[in-house]
Design a protein around this ligand. Sequence first.
Ligand code: IVH
Length: 671
Amino acid sequence: MDLQVARQKVIELRNLVNQYGYEYYVLDQPSVPDAEYDRLMNELLALEEQFPELTSPDSPTQRVGGTVLDMFEKVEHRTPMLSLANAFNDQDLRDFDRRIRQIVGDDVSYVCELKIDGLAVSLKYEDGLFVQGATRGDGTIGEDITSNLRTIKSIPLRLRENVTIEVRGEAFMPKRSFEALNKAKEERGEEPFANPRNAAAGSLRQLDPKIAASRNLDIFLYGIGDLGETGITSHSEGLDYLDRLGLKTNKERRKCGTIDDVISFVNSWVEKRPHLPYEIDGIVIKVDSLEQQAELGTTAKSPRWAIAYKFPAEEVVTTLLNIELTVGRTGVITPTAILEPVKVAGTTVQRASLHNEDLIREKDLKIGDKVVVKKAGDIIPEVVNVIAEQRTGQETDFHMPTECPECGSELVRLEGEVALRCINPKCPAQIREGLIHFVSRDAMNIDGLGEKVISQLFTEKLIADVADLYTLSKEQLLGLERMGEKSASNLLQAIEASKANSLEKLLFGMGIRHVGAKAAKTLAQVFGTMDRLAEATAEELVAIHDIGEKMADSIVTFFQKEEVHELLKELKAAGVNMEYKGPQPVLAEQVDSVFAGKTVVLTGKLEQLTRNEAKEKIEALGGNVSGSVSKKTDLVIAGIEAGSKRAKAEQFGIEVWDEERLLEELMKQEV
Ligand code: IVH
């Protein structure tokens, strides 16, 4: 066969194999027997072997790459990968619906989808070609797991249209593959996976793509990272578009016009759930209109336009063996239930937080009691209640101590708090917990530095504060239990890489009281550098949207401490970045416009602009667009049929403009 003929044949075979693969893996409707598919694939393999110049990265023969990676590269998500707020009952769903209607009005419809229990991934296609796949990571930075994702046969290596797009979905392991894998693992004397989710995550985190390829993983896509110029106006159209591109979506979705419809869809799945070939842990409910989604916006972690209904968790009975105390990063003493080990929702549970003393009294817990345990949200173990009828009289009462179990200093209960605290700033437990927080995902995100390694480093006196992390040597790490060459050098590399993090990561990691991840980001954006923030006054801080008095005071007090300055000096000397590196929001004071620094609410229907366009333009001019009218609102833009928000604005004496006035002002600013 000459090259020309072979090229033609290869194209023909690829088209057939792709089509049959699509029918089998994506549509779940094979049109030819497996043997026919295998025959064509083998023929293609043989031809590509004979004419290596004909192989191409999107050939179905090229799913499993030959190289084993050293470690996964980090990937930045251009649009953050958010997670979802949870609902646990009908009331939570009704509250969600009410919040939505308050903001966008009554004309809302929802799309309900199954909540697949796997791991969130993002897939990038360029001109139709699959080029990169990544994990969610901390939502902003994930890991490049392209070579593992390529092995999932329901992920097309080429789309049916040559578009550049980023799509998102859930990679998972079907129940049957999970059972077979665990059986094989047990036969080899290996520890089985706790559940299909862990099995899928474990498979995709293997550095050798052959392992992922052997695990029969699958995927459902449920979203598009950036809709760009697609012209799509609703989530349901977006899903149909994914179908047209040849991507696999879940067909058990339903558009619902009312929350009652949503609730009945949710309830129908409580019964049907066990019969599915894959695990789901709930139902995701999303506002369908993309314009409404944009109007609702997101909080730091999750969109306001979607919620995850979680199915009730499995409950089991076990014995409360003891109550131990742990000291947290801020000195709070938390009692922890030590339980007779018991299996719940796939994993063995032996500890559960009891939060505080009041909760122990409220639940009337005694040591030795039989208790009901579940995993809240299927993840966090929780003691639900005591079975008082089964008491034998041998049970004993628990009393909180008066001294810190770690450093012995006297515990205090601060005004207005339920928790007892150790207020000794040198308490080793607080320092250790602070270190664990510093390296955690939303903070400096140092892979390989978990609770165990930090505790060891701290006990061995190799680190006393966060700056010491940057002085660790390979020899010191190799001295730790279970630390090999490879892990030690990966760890050093991860520590080194963290020096380049943008300011908000460091800021959050330093654990300033009341400063969460979102506030840290705002502060980093507004001040740009650590030095400028350190000099900020409480007045400057409260002037920032989202920063309240309590947080402002806490920030000022923090930067007044001599030891904080010492620490910052050491971190700087180690080369840790102290500047904000993300996109710069438009700061009100930098813009000379009528909208600068104003809180604006859009309501009613606009005719010339979409709400989202109006929002973007106002924000570009330094305005802050909010969803609901309050005393803080400066201006309301009322389109046609503006209802309660307009009335509320008038009641508060807030300025109201119509669309024409808005357009006039925008023209003046030429945006
Ligand atoms: S939408 C911004 N839809 O559930 C909305 N998520 O915390 C992003 N999940 O991390 C999520 N099935 O991994 C969405 N049909 C579905 C889903 C789904 C599973 C996962 C996803 C996400 C988590 C929610």
